[in-house]
Design a protein around this ligand. Structure first.
Ligand code: EZ4
Ligand code: CO
Length: 410
């Protein structure tokens, strides 16, 4: 029997920090898993190196479910983003190995394709309406058929989720984690935001018409009642979804939002377990599961969450910003292709440097992503190039300085 012989934790920073797990079997087959946890990378590195790597040596690489349960239950301390990012990386690397051993792309092992490609949405943003329109048009020119719209808020200097204004034809380049020794504190004002956002969507609908699917991310900054107000005020603009309207760990808070608005709701990019969704799914308080494969326990666990969600007609809308590495993105795409209750997939193209370190087989054409047909995940890793990009700390900002000088409490 082939066994797991080597476990390596690889850190690189081609434009941003990534942590990758590589598992090698006694037959010389390698699998990759994404272990990147934005702003807390080295905690996962230590968890994998010190506590998981030694446990894997000698195990059967094809016993994917068994290894998942062994690591989850064996930790005693269940759940949590660091633990679950580490387990996710192991799980994805083992699926990659299974694909290579069987000569199949991972989506075939998950039951085969339910679609020819995964509908993707891109990120557009602007400091004002003309800049936002340029950004939306650039995405349409690239073939995107669904677009997330974020905008600066008058009076606030910097707003999370809004990138530098794009020139016509330029790539959208937004990285929320900033290189520094500590998180930057950014501004926030709920009332200014609630007044401004509906005017932005009115203008975008006026300019781009009624058909284009539009999404918006509130980044967990609203109270349940503020979220209800926003959901209602956006109803005339027919959003595909409103994301993270409140901090989702207060699952009961979504009852208030849901009872007040028909705007579709998406939550879960910071979740790491099916239990984070239990109330949201069984009470049908959301329409889309936002998890990433990399933070929720890998393909094995996210597949189960999606089967649970399917019972309640809830679909997928997996997290896919640039802090999900190409390995994590490829894993999501295999699951997207196989899932029947797929909804949409977030897609921000990685930097050229990132795509030189991680060689990918996935494609984007006519608004659809496809994972490719290489055995396994279809992602390679260039060690020599990766080693030229040294890790330096980068943190997500804290959104809490209000216009009146007080601190936002959310
Ligand atoms: O804030 O990926 O929907 N996407 C997002 C992202 C997240 C970052 C956190 O690491 O909200 O921009
Ligand atoms: Co988000």
């Amino acid at each position: 029997m082939s066994t797991i012989e080597r476990v390596e934790v690889l850190v690189t920073s081609p434009g941003r920090n990534f942590v990758t797990l590589r598992i090698t079997t006694s037959d010389g087959v390698t699998g990759l898993g994404d272990a990147t946890l934005n702003g807390r990378e080295l905690a996962v590195v230590a968890y994998l190196k010190e506590h998981i790597g030694p446990l894997l040596i000698g195990r059967d690489p094809q016993a994917i479910e068994d290894t998942w349960q062994y690591l989850y239950r064996g930790a005693y301390w269940r759940r949590g983003p660091v633990t679950m990012a580490a387990i996710s990386a192991v799980d994805v690397a083992l699926w990659d190995i299974l694909g290579k051993v069987t000569g199949q792309p991972v989506y075939q092992l998950l039951g085969g394709a339910s679609r020819t490609g995964a509908l993707a949405y891109g990120h557009a943003s602007g400091s004002d309406l003309p800049a936002l329109f340029t950004s939306i048009q650039n995405h349409l020119d690239l073939g995107f058929r669904a677009i997330r719209v974020q905008s600066a808020i008058p009076g606030l200097d910097q707003v999370y989720g809004v990138g530098t204004d794009q020139q016509p034809g330029a790539k959208y380049d937004y990285e929320p984690a900033k290189r520094s020794a500590a998180p930057i504190e950014e501004g926030w004002d709920g009332r200014a935001y609630l007044r401004h956002v509906p005017t932005v969507f009115a203008a975008v609908r006026e300019e781009f018409g009624p058909d284009l699917p539009l999404l918006h991310d509130a980044h967990h900054r609203l109270s349940p009642n503020e979220a209800a107000i926003l959901g209602r005020s956006l109803e005339p603009y027919d959003l595909f979804w409103l994301e993270d309207c409140t901090p989702g760990e207060n699952q009961e808070g979504l009852r208030r939002v849901r009872s007040q608005t028909t705007t579709p709701l998406a939550i879960g990019e910071v979740f790491n377990s099916v239990y984070d969704y239990q109330t949201l799914i069984t009470e049908q308080l959301i329409d889309y599961v936002r998890s990433s494969v990399t933070h929720t326990g890998g393909i094995t666990a996210l597949r189960k969450i999606m089967d649970f969600a399917a019972i309640y007609q809830i679909k997928s809308g997996f997290h896919g910003p640039t802090d999900i590495s190409p390995v994590g993105q490829a894993a999501a795409l295999h699951l997207d292709l196989a899932l029947h209750n797929f909804g949409i997939q977030e897609y921000m193209k990685h930097s050229d440097a990132t795509l030189e370190v991680f060689q990918t087989s996935y494609t984007f054409a006519n608004g659809l992503l496809h994972p490719g047909n290489n055995p396994g995940l279809g992602v390679g890793y260039d060690d020599d190039l990766a080693d030229t990009f040294a890790y330096t700390p980068a943190y997500l900002p804290v959104n809490r300085l209000q216009l009146d000088g007080s601190l936002h409490d959310w």
